[in-house]
Design a protein around this ligand. Sequence first.
Ligand code: SF4
Ligand code: SF4
Length: 445
Amino acid sequence: MNLWARFRGGVHPDARKTTAQCATQPLPRPERVVLPLRQHIGAPCQPLVKKGDEVALGQPIGDVDAPVSAPVHASVSGKVVAVEPRLTPGGRTEQAVVIEAAPEDVPWEGLPEGLGWDLDPESLDPAFIRDRVRQAGLVGMGGAGFPAAVKLTPRPGSEPDVVILNGAECEPAITSDHRLMLEQPEQVVLGLRLFMRACGARRGVIGVEANKPDAAAKLSQLVAGDPALSVEVLPVRYPQGAEKMLVWALLRRAVPVGGIPLDVGVVVQNVATAAAAAVALAEGRPLTHRIVTVSGRVASPGNWRVPLGTSFVDLMQAAGGLTGALARVIAGGPMMGIAQPDLDVPVIKTTGSVILLGPEDLHETPAGPCIRCGRCVTACPMGLLPAQLCDAAMASDWARAERFHVRACMECGSCSYVCPARRPLVQSIRLAKSELGRRARGGRG
Ligand code: SF4
Ligand code: SF4
């Protein structure tokens, strides 16, 4: 283990990786999928289909000519029964294509030709790889949803020299990336090589937390003998998987406040995105499925390979149904995940986990006054003063929040996790960031 690979702050939540040894299973094919036309950061796609159209598996159903965007593809063959606004796991309502599944999937005949699993990334034109990555609709599958092809496009003056694959999976309860690294390690390593070729980086590093020694061993075997590639085992500490923490821990390069890893010559991609890139180039298949961990109060928690657009209800049923009353549904992990109003939301490209909680799991105690213990300051990996930010937000003093660098907060929740007074720290910080964002847009939305 690389003991120097530490960042300041952070916390040690109970890992609860109870599904780590559950092999990925295919989900029974859903009867209907709901595919939001924005599953990424950037411009929403425009629909390429309309109600009544027949679509095939992998057919593009939404795209837009915008620099930051990613197309959306049909995850089943079937008939479009609606193009309408639907709630997404991110809490927003987006236009979505609803497809009623046909009895069988038929691949779309317009899929690009696959280059085969023995393809040599060094023989490919970088622009060709970036184009295929975009065509396949790849985005950051760890939760960020940033279009992968955009990250791989070098900017003048900041050409990357390192690609980091994020296999930390530091959030409690999520094991989808762990299973992917164990079950598809060749795809992860080929994806890393493709990303390096696409952006011109000469070095590739896969960061894996020490609680996944089997995955780290498999990947290490595959990269042995290639001096350009390495697997680094990282201490278990949340939020190790945050881009800025990873870049600092692995390379000792500090991403500036308001900046991105490319500012210090690094491209960070998730391991699932890398595996999806390998599939896109080797087989010509776009992103239509992903692994999702289903855990909490269900009879059979586990990991499923799921067509995008599958309802959380279908996930819950695949996991054997609820074992008691349902009090909360979370898309993502317990630290950064988003509580859902109900189960009628679809899996999207960034959904790595769904947690179903019962009333016995919620320990909601009322917030007390701040006792100035300073624990939130010690825990903050960004070096912020969460108690001050909370005070500023509660007083609607947005200028003060800005002076205390509220925009640098990555909403990791470490401060809230350690606060003995249960202050609503991350919630009030989110409020301040959203209010400042609204003002920056001239008061709209
Ligand atoms: S202030 Fe933001 S970055 Fe710092 S611990 Fe709290 S949520 Fe994380
Ligand atoms: S951890 Fe909570 S109680 Fe302690 S200083 Fe921060 S906000 Fe106040």
